[in-house]
Design a protein around this ligand. Structure first.
Ligand code: FRU
Length: 502
């Protein structure tokens, strides 16, 4: 077999993003770092390539790049399916599960539906591991937290709050987030709620996360970041996506500091959902990763043996820029280990008639484009288009465009002609996100492409867009294009990446 030929059943398998060996995967779960190992668990249906009775699949890594598949960590039981949740290191054995030593505790949602009435019941439960996550024991007194009046009551994220000397649980409850506190992970008391009037309510709230980040360029300042995924409404073209709030965490409750109607999106693309961060990541790092899909069409995506992949792991930082706080994200630096060959082009003039088409082709690649407009950049009143960007195209004539629309002040991805899209009418589209204050109109563009996905970061990571694409066959060729104006490429850096899927 030719090295790059794709086995038919794995035609759509990304090569350096995490995917399950077979069958259905959705949200990342149980993400925790312990004794040099990153654990990544995930919503998993071992019985097929559609969503079904949920288990927790499991994988481990030393570097967030190379993953080893492990046996299924949690199976459904008499309390129901295993929905999303987290894992923590119980350093001081507050739970009493570990005979005084540290150990891992998973906190997850048990989900049942009463067959006769269709009533949904969601409650929070524990499982613990005494052997570094190899095997998991369900707690005998599950569930540990119930609110029978709330049908949507799920996706616990727990952290140890040093100031208050207690565990904090953040939970999604339909249209708001609830907070609970505990000293032993087993008994929880309600401490507050947030969000009924805040942010976007275009869909059920799910998969929250809460953490404090230092403001990198303001000594001694920090903010709490509350991440909330929203399931999307059928009439919304965007489908499911993830928002975040900035504020403080006081008295067991998150208090937002921005106008209630303000909505901040984690990712302006269509395919990044249910992302949360690793517990206990070393060196104060805050690393998040999402499910690279969208509930609008997740079940319809082209697939043979498996369906679903994760985004790249990304490091989060808060910065003050353009008069406001911005959450920046860039793929973790460990990914540089995948680089297999590099090329650099410098000082190239590009006009609409003379796009730059370097002679190269790769299925898996990382690009960094630094550039500037050669003339005056027109404002929103201009009549004609004024765009520049990178086109990833294949020999079949399929293409994905990633660009800056200077007139609109936007970063966009155009996947209208990117490949297979017949599975859902909303898939083939061009969509965009507003450039952030202080970013300027010719931001650096960083792009990671992996067969069926593009992840784009503009500026220093203050804008991120993640999209699935389904070109019939690789490799990608690249072209730097402009429409309406001229640009100068300062540097274009391309790295071919290694195949990494085991
Ligand atoms: C988010 C979600 C969670 C739930 C899980 C079920 O994608 O709907 O709220 O726990 O998926 O698989």
């Amino acid at each position: 077999m030719k090295k790059d030929a794709r086995p038919a059943a794995d035609q759509w398998r990304p090569q350096y993003h995490f995917s399950a060996p077979v069958n259905w995967l959705n949200d990342p779960n149980g993400m925790v770092y312990h004794n040099g190992i990153y654990h990544l668990m995930y919503q998993y249906h071992p019985g097929g390539i559609e969503w079904g009775p949920m288990h927790w699949g499991h994988a481990t890594s030393r570097d967030l790049v190379h993953w080893e598949h492990r046996p299924v960590a949690l199976y459904p039981d008499e309390n129901g399916m295993i929905f999303s949740g987290c894992a923590v290191v119980d350093h001081k054995d507050s739970s009493g599960f570990f005979e005084g030593k540290p150990g891992l505790v998973a906190v997850f949602t048990h989900h049942t539906v009463q067959p006769d009435t269709g009533t949904v019941c969601q409650s929070q439960s524990l499982a613990y591991s005494r052997d570094e996550g190899q095997t998991w024991i369900k707690y005998a007194d599950n569930p540990v937290l119930k609110e029978p009046s709330l049908p949507d009551f799920r996706d616990p994220k727990v952290f140890w709050h040093d100031t208050e000397q207690c565990w904090v649980m953040v939970l999604a409850a339909g249209d708001h987030i609830r907070f609970y506190a505990s000293r032993n992970l087993k008994e929880w008391s309600y401490t507050g709620e947030f969000g009924r009037q805040q942010g976007s309510h275009h869909g059920v709230w799910e998969c929250p996360d809460l953490f404090e980040l230092p403001v990198r360029n303001r000594p001694r300042q920090s903010r709490w970041v509350l991440v909330v995924s929203i399931g999307g409404l059928p009439q919304d073209i965007e489908g499911s996506r993830t928002q975040y709030f900035l504020g403080r965490f006081e008295g067991g409750c998150f208090i937002g500091e921005e106008p209630v109607e303000k909505v901040r999106w984690m990712d302006g693309g269509r395919d990044n959902y249910a992302g949360v961060t690793w517990s206990d990541a070393p060196d104060g790092r805050r690393i998040w990763l999402g499910w690279m899909s969208n509930w609008k069409y997740a079940a319809l995506l082209p697939a043979e043996r498996f369906r679903g992949a994760m985004t790249l792991p990304r490091e989060l930082e808060l910065h003050h820029q353009g008069g406001e706080l911005q959450l920046r994200q860039l793929p973790v630096s460990e990914l540089a280990g995948l680089r297999a060959g590099s090329a650099l082009w410098e000082e190239i003039a590009v006009s609409p008639q003379t796009p730059f088409k370097p002679d190269c082709a790769a299925e898996l690649l990382e690009l960094l484009l630094e550039w500037e407009w050669s003339g005056m950049v027109p404002g929103p009143d201009s009549e004609s288009a004024y765009e520049a960007g990178i086109r990833l195209w294949t020999q079949d004539g399929q293409e994905t465009r990633i660009g800056i629309d200077a007139r609109q002040g936007e970063l966009y991805i155009d996947r209208t002609a990117s490949g297979e899209s017949s599975f859902h009418p909303d898939f083939a589209c061009r969509h965009s996100m507003k450039l952030a204050p202080g970013t300027g109109k010719s931001p650096k563009l960083r792009i990671w492409a992996d067969r069926i996905s593009v992840e784009v970061f503009a500026g220093e990571g203050e804008l991120a867009m993640t999209d699935l694409i389904y070109p019939a066959a690789g490799p990608f060729r690249i072209e730097v294009y402009t429409i309406g104006g001229n640009i100068r490429i300062r540097t274009l850096n391309m790295h071919k990446l290694h195949i990494n899927q085991r």
